[in-house]
Design a protein around this ligand. Structure first.
Ligand code: NAP
Length: 562
């Protein structure tokens, strides 16, 4: 497996206490697991089947802020937990507020990613969760309707389904998102919990930056993932819920993806899923049949086009392409002058497969194009290609039924099988990944600073409100001491005086809190000022803000139900 590879590990024990903000770190070299707080680390023990998400040189499994628990750290949701009916949400909110440990006091809005990818989940699970691009806006809407989710984005590719959210509470947000994922996929929550990974704030940003840079791809440095991240932003434009922080995160990820590709050698000689698919076919075919094997490509979108191009680069001079419509095939034909490309409509797909030795499938079809029954009826292929028809299916959801591989005269490969091809050249991958990592670390810092700068807005509001409260109460005291007989114009003069003093006093601090977020140096100053003001005036009352937001959402949902 490649350097940037994932894995699962098991450790025994059942009960752990974790400090708030604690992180779980896996040390690849010592093979030990540690819980790291802000200043120290201690060795931890976790229940069986704890999955640790492994990424390049870092291994991440970040535990949400919590005092003590006995669950899989990647599965804080009780397996049979259900979302309460909306009518009971208000009651639940009250319960929650009065619970012994008011958990909101420990939390502020967090960026959370709840995801499954090719490292953590097999294609059988991923394909059930795949969300077509046309449904991303609806998914964002549904996610943001959840009580603890403010903003959302969906990154659904053949390798991953990752839901990025701005959550008002980490634990409740994760629970709600996981249950939503279960609802849309019919994969039970406990099964999702076995395969999902969770990352928070800085780690979530770092992960997305690695994704957009191609560092987290099955095929290191491949370019399609950056286009897919761009597509998330394009599709999300104007969609309520794809708001400031999450859209800012994705826009920043695009910048990082571009930067890594221009400043490092990550994409030098890089391959794609399509070229790996062609490579796999070549590995499976007898060498002397490479040029003569009858090739069929089903699908002429981005992936289909790349398959065709790579086949041509391998010396294939004739191929059949099946697609719903002919225009894309015609334009590929224009580009590849020396290659004979025969177009056939989708209705001919089975007939075309009957005349092919190798079938590549790369369509966005939600339904199977080849079932076991259909493939069983196909004539056998000749011994010159090894006597076995190859199906290389890079589609997610798959286009070729899982049972097709039961047929003796057929070999079926899917995207997960491409690991065999890309596992080569580990050293080179590691070197490239390290170059990119330095940029990513720098960019994460910048993103965090930008995100923190947004926090200046609540500080400004809170400082104003604080001053206003003092002004109003002092004014009231003063006026009551002066009695009812003072004329209106004097009352007004005293009122104006109080407002004037407050405004003059606030002018300086406000100036030091405002910035446009582009200048890193002044941004750092602003953050320092913000933290200082929060400290001096005890403004860190995020709880009230969160509560207000949750209450508003619950009310909104209640109205939606009635
Ligand atoms: N993009 C990637 O990086 C990547 C990587 C690995 C795997 N994949 C997988 O490869 C597949 C194709 O991706 P893509 O990026 O090439 O998408 P794309 O550019 O949008 O092309 C989609 C292709 O699927 C065809 N198609 C759509 N709906 C269909 C249906 N109901 N029945 C039959 N054909 C249908 C389209 O035909 P028309 O031309 O007639 O519309 C087109 O040929 C997807 O399953 C994707 O998950 C993509």
């Amino acid at each position: 497996m490649a350097a940037a590879s994932g894995f699962a590990t098991s450790l025994s024990s059942t009960n752990c206490s974790i400090h708030s903000e604690a992180k779980l770190k896996y040390d690849c070299r010592s093979n030990s697991l540690r819980i790291c707080g802000s200043s120290n680390c201690s060795v931890a023990c976790f229940p069986p089947q704890t999955r640790i998400f492994c990424n390049n040189s870092r291994y991440k499994a970040v535990i949400p802020v919590t005092k003590s628990f006995r669950l899989n750290p990647r599965c804080e949701v009780a397996p049979n937990a259900e979302i309460p009916p909306r009518s009971s949400n208000l009651m639940a909110l009250e319960l929650l507020k009065t619970s012994a440990a008011n958990r909101y006091t420990k939390e502020s809005s967090s960026i959370v990613v709840v995801g499954l990818n090719y490292r953590t989940a097999p294609i059988e699970i991923r394909e059930k969760l795949s969300i077509p691009e046309a449904q991303w806006p609806q998914a964002i809407g549904e996610l943001c309707a959840l009580n603890h989710i403010e903003e959302a984005a969906v990154l659904s590719t053949c390798n991953r389904l990752e839901i990025y959210v701005l959550a008002l509470s980490q634990q409740r947000g994760i629970k709600e998102v996981t249950e939503w994922m279960s609802k849309i996929s019919s994969v039970p929550v406990p099964e999702l919990c076995q395969h999902r990974f969770l990352l928070f704030n800085k780690d979530a940003a770092e992960h997305l930056f690695e994704v957009s840079s191609g560092l987290d791809s099955l095929v290191l440095g491949e370019g399609q993932i950056l286009s897919q991240v761009k597509q998330v932003v394009k599709t999300g434009q104007g969609v309520p819920g794809f708001d400031r922080k999450i859209s800012g995160l994705f826009k920043h990820a695009i910048r990082v993806g571009k930067r890594v590709r221009t400043e490092t050698s990550i994409s030098t000689g890089s391959v794609s899923v399509s070229s790996a698919a062609v490579e796999l076919a070549m590995m499976k075919l007898p060498e002397f049949s490479h040029a003569s094997a009858r090739m069929l490509v089903v699908g002429a979108g981005k992936m289909g086009k790349l398959v065709i191009k790579h086949l041509a680069a391998k010396g294939c001079r004739r191929m059949v392409v099946v697609n719903r419509t002919e225009d894309k095939v015609a334009s590929i034909r224009q580009e590849l002058k020396g290659v004979e490309i025969e177009y056939r409509p989708l209705s001919d797909v089975l007939a075309c497969a009957a005349e092919a030795d190798v079938v590549f499938t790369c369509t966005a079809s939600e339904t199977l194009l080849f079932s076991k029954d259909q493939v069983q009826t196909l004539p056998l292929v000749g011994s010159h290609v090894g006597g076995q028809r190859l199906f290389i299916d890079i589609s997610v959801p798959r286009n070729v039924g899982a049972c097709v591989s039961d047929i003796e005269t057929v070999q079926v490969y899917n995207v997960d099988d491409l690991k065999e091809v890309v596992a080569t050249n580990k050293e080179d991958r590691l070197q490239k990944a390290m170059e990119a990592q330095a940029i990513i670390i720098e960019e994460v810092k910048q993103f965090e600073a930008w995100k923190d700068s947004l926090e200046a807005v609540p500080t400004i509001k809170k400082l104003r409100a604080y001053a206003e409260r003092i002004r109003a109460s002092e004014l009231e005291k003063c006026l009551s001491k002066m009695g009812d007989d003072i004329p209106k114009n004097q009352k007004k003069a005293i009122y104006d005086l109080s407002v004037g003093i407050v405004n003059k006093l606030l002018h300086g601090p406000m100036q030091h809190l405002r910035c446009d977020g582009n200048d890193t140096r002044s941004l750092n100053e602003i953050l320092e000022n913000m933290h200082a003001l929060n400290r001096i005036f005890s403004l860190d009352t995020e709880v009230a803000l969160l509560e207000q937001k949750v209450r508003a959402k619950v009310e909104q949902n209640k109205k939606g139900v009635s």
